[in-house]
Design a protein around this ligand. Structure first.
Ligand code: PLP
Length: 360
C-alpha cells in the first residue's frame, strides 16, 4: 500500500520530500559513514545540523536577536510547568481558557502560584475565542497565557489579546510556522513540533532574553531552567538529535516553498476548499464560529453519531486516515497542516460530496 492522506492532529503528516531525503541519508549522513541517530551530539557534523536548524528558523520567523531559540524535550506539556517555574516572580499569572490544552496549562500552573482564568469559552464547548480586548488582567501578573490555535476544537486567535503591557506566553503547537507572526509581541512562543514541524520528542521555545535568569522558583529542576538550556545552546545534555535534524529539513523545505507568507496563502486556499463545502452542505456542518476558524484543524459533524462513524470508516477505506474527531468532541476533524497538499483536501471534499449524495 502507498501513502495515504493523513489528517491526523498529531503526530501528523510531514513533507514527503523530507522523508525521502532522510531515508537517503539514513545509513550514511553526508559521507560521515553513520546515521544522524548514531552521531555524537558534540560532533562537528551535528553542530552544523543544529546551528543551521536554528538559523533557518530565525530566518523563517524573523526572530530578533534578543530572543533565544531552544530545542528541548518533554513535549509542550512539560512547558506547562516550566513556564510558571521560570516566569512567576510575583507568583501570579492570567490564563485564557480556550480549550483542553489551555486548561491543562492553567491547572499545572496552579501548583506554583495564584492563577486566574481571565476569560474562557468553556460555556460553548470552546467553539469560539472570547473577546480579549479588555480583560481584567491582574496588576501583578507575571504573564498572560494563551493557546493560540486550539487543536481539538479548531479555533484560532485572529488577534492577540490585549495583555495591558504584560508578557504574552503562547502555545503555538498546532499553528507553528503556518503563517507569519510578529515575534516581538510575545515573551515566549513555544510548541511541540509533532503537529506541524517534525517528529514527536522536540519542543521549540522562543523566548525573550530578559525572561531568562537564575531567578526561578525554588526547586526548579536544572533541566527545566531556561537559563541552563540557553547558556548551553540546547546542548546541556543530549538533545533529541534526530528529531531536531528532521525539523531542520522541514525548515529548509519551508524556505524553498517561499517562506511563511506563501504558506499562509496556501493554507488559506486549502482551508477554504473545506470550509466552503461545509458552509453549503446539508449533511456536514462545521462546529466553530466562522470568524474564529483555524486554518489547521477543521472539526465537523453530521449531527448523527452513527452516520459520523460510517463516514469515518468509509473514508479510511478510501485512503483518508485519522478523520475521527477528538474523543471529547466526537464527529470528525481534518487536520490540514503545512505538509497536507491541497489535492488531499480537494479529494476529501469530493469524497464527502459523494457520501452526502449516497446517504441523503
Ligand atoms: C498536542 C498539543 C499539546 C501537547 O503536546 P505534547 O507534546 O504531547 O505535550 C499542547 N498544546 C497544543 C496546542 C497541542 O496541540
Amino acid at each position: 500500500m502507498g501513502r495515504v492522506y493523513n489528517f491526523s492532529a498529531g503526530p501528523a503528516v510531514l513533507p514527503e520530500e523530507v522523508l525521502k531525503e532522510a531515508a537517503e541519508e539514513m545509513l550514511d549522513y553526508k559521507g560521515t559513514g553513520m546515521s544522524v541517530m548514531e552521531m555524537s551530539h558534540r560532533s562537528k557534523a551535528y553542530d552544523t545540523i543544529i546551528k543551521e536548524a536554528e538559523q533557518d528558523l530565525r530566518d523563517l520567523m524573523n526572530i530578533p536577536d534578543n530572543y533565544k531559540v531552544l530545542f528541548l524535550q518533554g513535549g509542550a506539556s512539560q512547558q506547562f510547568a516550566a513556564i510558571p517555574m521560570n516566569l512567576m516572580k510575583n507568583k501570579v499569572a492570567d490564563y485564557i481558557i480556550t480549550g483542553q490544552w489551555a486548561k491543562k496549562a492553567y491547572q499545572e500552573a496552579q501548583k506554583y502560584g495564584k492563577v486566574n482564568a481571565v476569560a474562557s469559552s468553556e460555556d460553548e464547548t470552546y467553539s469560539y475565542i472570547p473577546d480579549c480586548s479588555d480583560l481584567p488582567i491582574s496588576e501583578d501578573a507575571d504573564y498572560v497565557y494563551i493557546c493560540e490555535n486550539n487543536t481539538i476544537y479548531g479555533t484560532k486567535f485572529k488577534t492577540l489579546p490585549n495583555t495591558k503591557g504584560k508578557t504574552l506566553v503562547s502555545d503555538v503547537s498546532s499553528c507553528f510556522l503556518s503563517e507569519p507572526v510578529d515575534v516581538t509581541k510575545y515573551g515566549i512562543i513555544y510548541g511541540g513540533v509533532q503537529k506541524n514541524i517534525g517528529p514527536a520528542g522536540v519542543v521549540i521555545v522562543i523566548i525573550r532574553e530578559d525572561l531568562i535568569s537564575d531567578d526561578v522558583l525554588e526547586g526548579t529542576p536544572t533541566m527545566l531552567k531556561y537559563k541552563t538550556q540557553a547558556d548551553n545552546d540546547s546542548l546541556y545534555n543530549t538533545p533529541p538529535c534526530y528529531g531536531i535534524y528532521i525539523c531542520g529539513k522541514v525548515f529548509k523545505w519551508l524556505k524553498k516553498m517561499g517562506g511563511l507568507e506563501v504558506m499562509k496563502q496556501k493554507n488559506e486556499e486549502k482551508a477554504k476548499v473545506l470550509y466552503d463545502f461545509l458552509d453549503q452542505s446539508k449533511m456536514f456542518k462545521g462546529t466553530v464560529r466562522k470568524e474564529d476558524r483555524s486554518l489547521m484543524n477543521v472539526p465537523f459533524v453530521t449531527g448523527d453519531k452513527d452516520l459520523d462513524a460510517k463516514f469515518v470508516a468509509e473514508a479510511k477505506e478510501a485512503g483518508f486516515e485519522n478523520l475521527k474527531g477528538h474523543r471529547t468532541v466526537g464527529g470528525m476533524r481534518a487536520s490540514i497542516y503545512n505538509a497536507m497538499p491541497k489535492e488531499g483536501v480537494e479529494k476529501l471534499v469530493a469524497f464527502m460530496k459523494e457520501f452526502e449524495k449516497k446517504n441523503a
